[in-house]
Ligand binder design. Structure first.
Ligand code: G1P
Length: 280
């Protein structure tokens, strides 16, 4: 805030692309063909972003802006590879409730959930594909997990593990945002899930949990013991863009990876550190 007062946070740019586009690219690269976007207010900007703008194309064509037309066509190509449905979550009742609003469209199938403000960039297999592969080999509900510093466990869903093999942990318990002293481990669930239909059955109860919100973690937890649930220690660079420091870090790291920007930014950063090292 206030940047997200009148626009969804998923539309904030990371360098020059809205955050949500990274998620859509990851979904496509993971083999997803149908996307349900659950949004709070201000969904129009997201709809427009993935829609074709004939007016803008015409304007750019007339002015011979072929580089910008090329960027537009890349976004078009993305949305052509998907069927996108939009659902408005009318009240912010929690992540579990947001996922539950898609229940009629998901029907009785396993589905993937991607939290757009958790950006994960991979050189190899996309994070979501790593989860889908783990789901195919285990038949389980799958969560993306990673170790986080103890000081951060209270920001995440934290898992307790049984046996582990090859980066896949059997999940025996999961707690939403525990205080550091009560966390069952330092393995946090980070914004990617493959859910078995049973999770939707549990979400139907609509029971509020931590923060008085309907938590996805609680619904997953209630399936443990009846359905297999595993955590995958995924590979890739993770950026929590939902906080100001995380958002700035993502922008900086992505800009430094970009040819053409790195050359401009690196000397600037060096200069900043040299001129005011005491403030760092
Ligand atoms: C949500 C989930 C939490 C998860 C986190 C990952 O929390 O409820 O379990 O660890 O995303 O970013 P939120 O960040 O929406 O508070």
């Amino acid at each position: 805030m206030p940047a997200t007062k009148a626009q969804p946070k998923e539309m904030l740019p990371l360098v020059d692309k809205p955050t949500i586009q990274y998620g859509v690219e990851e979904a496509i690269a993971s083999g997803i063909e149908q996307v349900i976007m659950v949004t709070g207010g201000g969904k129009r900007a997201i709809v427009d972003h993935f829609d074709r703008s004939l007016e803008l194309e015409h304007y750019l064509e007339e002015r011979g802006k072929s580089d910008l037309l090329h960027i537009l066509s890349e976004v078009d190509e993305l949305s052509n590879q998907l069927d996108i449905t939009y659902i408005q979550q009318k009240e912010p009742l929690g992540l579990g409730h947001a996922v539950w609003t898609a229940r009629r469209l998901v029907e009785n199938e396993a589905c993937a959930v991607l939290l757009a403000d958790d950006v994960i960039l991979c050189e190899g297999r996309p994070a979501l594909k790593q989860l889908i592969d783990a789901h195919r080999s285990t038949g389980a509900t799958v969560l993306a997990v990673r170790r986080v510093p103890k000081s951060e466990v209270s920001r995440y869903g934290i898992i307790a593990t049984g046996g582990s093999r090859g980066g896949i942990h059997e999940i025996v318990d999961i707690v939403e945002k525990p205080p550091a002293g009560d966390a069952p481990s330092d393995l946090a669930a980070l914004g990617r899930y493959v859910l078995l239909p049973a999770v939707f059955g549990e979400l139907d109860r609509g029971e509020p949990g931590a923060g008085n919100e309907i938590q996805l973690v609680d619904a997953i937890k209630r399936t443990i013991g009846h359905q297999p649930v595993v955590g995958v220690e995924f590979e890739g660079d993770y950026y929590d863009t939902g906080t100001v420091p995380g958002y700035l870090r993502a922008n900086l790291m992505l800009a430094m990876k970009r040819n053409g920007l790195r050359e401009e930014l690196a000397p600037l950063l060096r200069e900043l550190l040299e001129t005011s090292p005491e403030s760092v």
